[in-house]
Design a protein around this ligand. Structure first.
Ligand SMILES: Nc1ncnc2c1ncn2[C@@H]1O[C@H](COP(=O)(O)OP(=O)(O)O)[C@@H](O)[C@H]1O
Ligand SMILES: [Mg+2]
Length: 343
C-alpha cells in the first residue's frame, strides 16, 4: 500500500446515491462515419463520497464528465441515463438544466487561469456566480464572494477579491475556481484534473482543500485524474477507464491491494512512489487507441502482457469481483497481478 495514503481514511463505501449514471454512451460523427467515444458507462456517487475516475490521457474521462454535465459536442448522440438526486438530466430542457448546472451540480476544470476572465477581478467573478443563481444584491454577493475566498483558504480575502487573475498564482486561481463552483452550495462536484497544472506542493494543498470542503459539507465528488497517486490519497472508490469503457471499479484499498485487471495493475506498477522499490518502474508500453480504432473485444489486449487469443474473440462484459467491485477481463481471477510485469 502506498505511503501516500495519509489524507483520507476509509470513508463511507455506500451512502445515499446522489449521482447515478447508467449505460451512458456518446457517439459523434467523424470524417469516416460515427464513432463511439464512451461506451455503456455506469457508476454512481453517493452523498459524502469521493469517487475517482482514473485512466491514461485519452481514456474518455473528460468526455464522460462533460456527458454527465450534458455539455455535448455538436452532431453527437448521447444515450443512457444521468440522474442527480433522482432527477433525470438527459431529458431536461436547456432552461431546466440551467437550474441544475452550477447550482446542484458544479464542475471545475484543469486549467484554472483559462477558465477565469482576465478582465474582471476574482471577487467580481465569484460574486457574479452567486448573483446568477441566488439573485442576491451586488453588496450581498460581494460579501458572499469574500466569505467563499476565506472558505477556500485564500489569505486576506477582502483585499485579494480586488485582484485580477494574472495577479494570482496558479494555485490561487484554482482556489478561486473552487470558490466559484461552491458559490451555490452544490450537492455534487465534478473536478476534472483539478491539480494537474499545479506543482506537487500546491497540488497537495488544493487536494486537501477539496477534501476538507467535501467532509465539512457532505457533498459528493467525482475526481478525475490520470494520477493513481491522487486516487490513493483522496478517494473512497475508484473507476478505472480505458478506451471509452470502464475496465475495473471498486473500493480504493482493494483496488491497490488486489487489482483484478491487468490495466489497473499496470497503472499501479507505473506509479513513481509505489512501495515495491525493487521492481523497475515505467509507463505501460504503447498508447490508448483512438475511438475510430475501438473494437468490441478487449481494447487493452494489444498492450496486455497476459493477452490470450480468446481475449479477442468477442465482447467482454463487466463481471462482479469477489470484493464488491467489477472487472472487464476474461482472464481475471486466473492471473497473479501482484508483481510488476513491464521492464
Ligand atoms: N468531440 C470529439 N470528437 C471526436 N473525438 C473526440 C471528441 N472529444 C474527445 N474525443 C476523443 O475521445 C478520446 C477521449 O478523450 P478525453 O475524454 O478527452 O480523454 P481523457 O480526458 O481521458 O484524457 C480521445 O481520443 C479524444 O481525442
Ligand atoms: Mg481529460
Amino acid at each position: 500500500m502506498s505511503e501516500a495514503m495519509t489524507l483520507r481514511s476509509a470513508g463511507p463505501l455506500m451512502t445515499q446515491e446522489l449521482l447515478t449514471v447508467e449505460n451512458l454512451s456518446l457517439e459523434v460523427q467523424g470524417p469516416h462515419g460515427n464513432v463511439t467515444l464512451i461506451d455503456d458507462v455506469s457508476f454512481s456517487v453517493g452523498a459524502g463520497e469521493v469517487v475517482g475516475l482514473v485512466g491514461e490521457s485519452g481514456s474518455g474521462k473528460t468526455v464522460t464528465s462533460l456527458s454527465v454535465m450534458q455539455l455535448l459536442p455538436h452532431n453527437s448522440q448521447l444515450s443512457g441515463s444521468v440522474r442527480l438526486d433522482g432527477k433525470e438530466l438527459t431529458t431536461m430542457s436547456r432552461r431546466e438544466l440551467g437550474k441544475v448546472r452550477g447550482v446542484e451540480l458544479s464542475m471545475i476544470f484543469q486549467e484554472p487561469r483559462r477558465s477565469l476572465n482576465p478582465a474582471f477581478t476574482v471577487g467580481d467573478q465569484i460574486a457574479e456566480s452567486v448573483r446568477q443563481h441566488q439573485g442576491a444584491s451586488r453588496k450581498e454577493a460581494w460579501a458572499r464572494a469574500v466569505d467563499l475566498m476565506d472558505l477556500v483558504e485564500i489569505d486576506d480575502p477582502s483585499q485579494r477579491a480586488h485582484q485580477y487573475p494574472h495577479e494570482l498564482s496558479g494555485g490561487m486561481c484554482q482556489r478561486v475556481m473552487i470558490a466559484m463552483a461552491l458559490a451555490c452550495d452544490p450537492k455534487m462536484l465534478i473536478a476534472d484534473e483539478p491539480t494537474t497544472a499545479l506543482d506537487a506542493t500546491v497540488q497537495k494543498q488544493v487536494l486537501e482543500l477539496i477534501l476538507r470542503i467535501q467532509e465539512a459539507s457532505g457533498i459528493g465528488v467525482l475526481l478525475i485524474t490520470h494520477d493513481l497517486g491522487v486516487v490513493a490519497e483522496v478517494c473512497d472508490r475508484a473507476i478505472v477507464m480505458y478506451a471509452g469503457r470502464i475496465v475495473e471499479s471498486g473500493p480504493v484499498l482493494d483496488l491497490f491491494d488486489n487489482p483484478q485487471h491487468p490495466y489497473t495493475a499496470g497503472l499501479i506498477h507505473s506509479m513513481p512512489d509505489v512501495v515495491r522499490h525493487e521492481k523497475k518502474m515505467g509507463a505501460i508500453p504503447g498508447v490508448v487507441p483512438q475511438p475510430d480504432q475501438f473494437i468490441s473485444a478487449c481494447r487493452f489486449a494489444a498492450r496486455c502482457p497476459y493477452a490470450a487469443p480468446e481475449c479477442l474473440d468477442g465482447f467482454v462484459p463487466l463481471q462482479p469481483t469477489p470484493r464488491g467491485g467489477q472487472v472487464r477481463c476474461i482472464r481475471s481471477g486466473t492471473l497473479d497481478l501482484s508483481e510488476a510485469f513491464y521492464d
